[in-house]
Design a protein around this ligand. Structure first.
Ligand SMILES: [Fe+2]
Ligand SMILES: [Fe+2]
Length: 169
């Protein structure tokens, strides 16, 4: 009796279509991270004012983390026999993280970051569900990244609470 379960897991030849589906989800995640790096660089430099300082410093740290996430997604795409896309395949989606009218409008930035992190959290939860029982390594990697994004969102929710308490948001 031949066994029906693939011996090489997600790297098995018979798992090619599942890999392709997964690679598309990972490419989307890769672009989300890349766009977040762009948005966080701009929003860590543009803001003016004392109240912006904590937010700017936090975003500066996040840039490195998001860049690391992008590199992890890229590496996993390759490990699954995919090809990391070139820059011409990129299309921007973060309308909510464009520079505000006034560079002192830090609430705009905080809300934009929360929206970006929420989008990442939703997409990564989906990858975790899709990989369940199929690709433990990708699932493990994305669970760790998801924790980072939840931490980012929680931090910025705290910033927003403070601005709301002060009647500024
Ligand atoms: Fe990220
Ligand atoms: Fe994040």
């Amino acid at each position: 009796m031949a066994t029906t379960s693939p011996k090489q897991g997600i790297l098995s030849p018979e798992r090619a279509s599942e890999r392709d589906e997964l690679i598309e989800l990972l490419k989307k995640a890769y672009w989300m991270e890349i766009e977040t790096v762009m948005s966080y660089i701009a929003n860590s430099v543009n803001p003016d004012g004392i109240r912006a300082r904590e937010i700017v410093e936090s975003l500066e740290q996040d840039i490195q983390e998001e860049l690391g996430h992008a590199q992890q997604f890229a590496a996993r795409i390759k490990e699954l026999y995919g090809v990391v896309p070139g820059s011409l395949d990129f299309s921007a989606e973060q309308s909510y993280l464009q520079p505000p009218e006034q560079q002192t409008d830090i609430v705009h930035v905080i809300k934009g970051v929360i929206e970006a992190e929420t989008g990442a959290i939703e997409h990564y939860n989906r990858i975790i569900e899709v990989t369940d029982g199929i690709d433990w390594v990708t699932q493990d990697m994305v669970i760790a990244i998801l924790r980072d994004e939840e931490g980012h969102r929680r931090l910025f929710e705290g910033f927003l609470r403070e601005f709301e308490a002060d009647g500024l948001a």
